[in-house]
Design a protein around this ligand. Structure first.
Ligand code: G3H
Ligand code: 13P
Ligand code: ZN
Length: 284
């Protein structure tokens, strides 16, 4: 199927109470794993590219790979820019064929974030591309800040409502206690805050840093109205651990295809598990 924007799959997810997985890709094998998992689960899916992925693979390779993957499966696929850093980058992605973009203005003061995000929304919507904004800071697990320091960056519900109304974003990433990367301890999510945000904010809510969050907490977040869930680290772990396991058992192997096949299979398996957990199986 041709690529679709976020709203085509998130409004159904919101209406029926499930979430759609947004999986980060870096290479052909991970793109194939995401598309295969979504196909096998008959689920809509979001394939997203981070700054690191764009640096590694190149924007146009990512667009070509994801278009090819989407054309080969009968489920809706979104190609989404993850944590877009600037107006220029977002425009480039739209120009090359992304069906959705994130502009992450969360490091700016509120009014500046609104101004930048609104400008992106105006242009993206004119060509049928959807936009995710971010309010509150979602750090990395390596940032080494205390819980009370992290809470200072949590999203304020009233501000979330104001931000969504002012910008017209199609989805909003919020900070409620998750972080990017591998957690050192157990992440504690502020569900009360999420409940309040969802009650008053007029757009779908996105959970970042979702690898390593307990299944029960993911289910609770979905029940409270999260409808896009970002996963990167769990795919990296599955992919790389499969290679780490394969190589010592096959010391003479030199064919990269044989090395990467189990990695692609491991990535497919973890993505299928996440899709089932999010409740989007058979929702394509
Ligand atoms: O935004 C979260 C991504 O996991 C960051 O990934 O290292 O590919 O830029 P990156
Ligand atoms: P994780 O790597 O923690 O799963 O986070 C992914 C993410 O939020 C990408 O934007
Ligand atoms: Zn993120």
């Amino acid at each position: 199927m041709p690529l679709v924007p976020l709203n085509e799959i998130l409004s159904k997810a919101e209406g029926e109470g499930y979430a759609v997985g947004a999986f980060n890709c870096n290479n052909m094998e991970i793109v194939q794993a995401i598309a295969r998992a979504a196909d096998e689960e008959s689920s809509p899916v979001i394939i997203q590219a981070s700054q690191g992925a764009i640096r590694y693979a190149g924007l146009q390779y990512i667009v070509a790979l994801v278009n090819q993957a989407a054309a080969g499966v009968p489920v809706p696929v979104v190609l989404h820019l993850d944590h877009g850093t600037s107006f220029e980058q977002v425009i480039q992605c739209i120009r090359y064929g992304f069906s959705s973009v994130m502009i992450d203005g969360s490091q700016h003061p509120l009014e500046e974030n609104i101004k930048l995000t609104k400008k992106v929304v105006e242009i993206a919507h004119a060509v049928g591309v959807t936009v995710e904004g971010e309010l509150g800071r979602i750090g990395g697990t390596e940032d080494d800040i205390s819980v009370s320091e992290a809470e200072a960056f949590f999203t304020d519900p009233e501000e979330a409502k104001y931000f969504a109304e002012e910008t017209g974003v199609d989805a909003l990433a919020v900070s409620i206690g998750t972080a990017h990367g591998r957690y050192k301890g157990v992440p504690r999510l502020d569900f009360e805050r999420l409940r309040k945000i969802k009650q008053i904010t007029p757009c779908p809510i996105v959970l970042h840093g979702s690898s390593g969050v307990a299944d029960e907490d993911i289910k609770k977040a979905v029940s409270l109205g999260v409808s896009k869930i970002n996963i990167d680290t769990n795919i990296r772990e599955a992919f790389t651990e499969a290679i780490r396991e394969y190589l010592p058992a096959h010391p003479d192997e030199i064919d990269p295809r044989n090395v990467l096949k189990p990695a692609r299979e491991a990535a497919t398996a973890i993505i299928r598990e996440k899709i089932r957990l999010f409740g989007s199986s058979n929702k394509a």
